[in-house]
Write a protein that binds this ligand. Sequence first.
Ligand SMILES: Cc1cc2nc3c(=O)[nH]c(=O)nc-3n(C[C@H](O)[C@H](O)[C@H](O)COP(=O)(O)OP(=O)(O)OC[C@H]3O[C@@H](n4cnc5c(N)ncnc54)[C@H](O)[C@@H]3O)c2cc1C
Length: 570
Amino acid sequence: MKLTSNFFLFSFGALFMQTARSAAPTSLDWAILNETLGGRLYTAKPISSPCFPDFDGVSVPRIEASCKVIEENYLNATFRSSQFGNFMAPQWESCMSAHSQCTLDSSDPSDFLAWTDLPCEQGSVAPYYIDVQNYTDIQIAFNFSGTSDVPLSIKNSGHDFFGRSSMIGSLALWTRNLNHLSYNASFVPDGGSESYPAMTVGAGVPWVDAYAFADSNNLTIVGGYAETVGASGGWIMGGGHSVLSPVLGLGIDRVLEFKLVTPDGEYRTASAYTNSDLFWALRGGGGGTFGVVLETTSLVEPRAISLQVASVSFNSTSETGLQFFQLLIDNGLQWAQQGWGGHLLMNNFIIVNPLLTLEQAQTSMQNVTEFIQSQNGTVVIETLPNFNSFFVKYVIPNEVPVGTESILASRLIPSSVFETQEGRDTFLQALADLPAAAQSVLAMIATTPFLYNATVNSTSTTPAWRNAVWHVVVGTGFTWNSTDEDKIAAFEEANNFTETLISVAPDSGAYMNEANVYEPNYEQTFWGDNYPQLLAIKQKYDPSSLLDCWRCVGWKGVNDTRSQCYLSLD
Ligand SMILES: Cc1cc2nc3c(=O)[nH]c(=O)nc-3n(C[C@H](O)[C@H](O)[C@H](O)COP(=O)(O)OP(=O)(O)OC[C@H]3O[C@@H](n4cnc5c(N)ncnc54)[C@H](O)[C@@H]3O)c2cc1C
């Protein structure tokens, strides 16, 4: 098989070199590529293009029926992730620096001004993509990129907050249809001898499918808080937090093996025993950097785990909202020590605990119950039989909206901040100093691996995860018709939020998947002292930088054409 594929690649490479050594492949080159891929090369336009009467400066008829479907589903993550030409945040479909976009009004997707006031252009949506089915597709793509200078991008669900899964003018590898799932009660990682209960998850599987599969096999897998985030793409390579992480660890703590194609064209297995440097890099070094992953295999709990769930909400004012923040900060460390994990906001939280009994959970939540009742709010503390029951009852109905132009700032807040009155006061004051709009969306995400006993240096993410109590995230954004000045102001506001959070925890880090697009000192912030080793591994497997993405390991910087669509803030 290997010989065949190498021969095949050699033949294809030679053919391609004869026909196109220029930077811009001809239509014949694309046709040859399509034929080589068995017809799985597709052209793409931004998803909203049927709503517009023009495309790239040429008049075209609007396609009313298609447009209606798009308008109705514009904010729907399942719809968005099921198609190639769109991303969860529409600014990553656009080329902001060139004012090239094809965007509807997320506050009212049927607003005709969006398609009459501004034209529809290709933006950052890759004009060509491969519907990846197997590793040879990826080898062919690397070869094509290496011989033609067409940049490569990798897209799974399109959730990336830095726009790292879209790229202007690229050939995209769309992994969404790699959707296989299997369970092995005694999986042995390549080169190892010990066996583990493990689930193998294709690179395109969304969490909603992974949870349903785990449920039907009476298993518990640690995963993300959204139906459509991919289980084996950027989530896991960036770290991957879960409401179960306080007890069961991050996604990178539980992965046993990756199967991938590295940019040198080799199809590889990476485990603790085979290509162990690559395995370490993939455990936190980030997606889109070290290769294209086809599947991951992760440790699962071979049983359903019952959960205590505490869900509270009340109508907050600016005053009672800050009182609630104080209550959360005062209790944060104790709740982390008890194993609670979840999302806490200014007027509600939903948290779970796999360690406590119902009675212990009620006792643990006593003071917050009294506060919420004093505010005429609602408190539910209940036991659910397994994670999927929790996911269906609490996560799906409360998912954050997509389809809006959103930007984040975040910081991992260490236990030292919670341990002293001074630390807690400083933290509360920092939150109180944020604008009201930011406070209303601020999330204190208790998904750090606080109780999990990770093997030292086994992962490449920032070590700041290991003693953090919360991953605190705050957001801002803009709209479809924002000017450059508006957009820059929004990104600068995120920079200000970052500075505020850094003032609380100057020596900590941030989660690379949910951070500020313009994160200062990003190498240290996302990877800490692991960065030099990550860079060396990147250079070993991708010496020509065939893969490159914004603020990723080995990033080529703002002057590389692959980063041309990001706005300059200075
Ligand atoms: C609504 C929402 C909810 C979220 N919830 C959580 C959560 O609960 N926990 C959490 O930890 N994070 C969460 N995130 C962040 C999420 O983990 C990241 O956005 C992550 O990068 C998404 O990965 P993806 O593969 O699904 O998305 P994509 O945008 O398709 O890809 C993300 C990055 O990974 C790369 N990539 C994708 N697939 C592959 C592959 N097969 N091989 C190599 N590189 C690949 C892409 O090139 C890109 O750089 C959430 C994000 C959103 C928008």
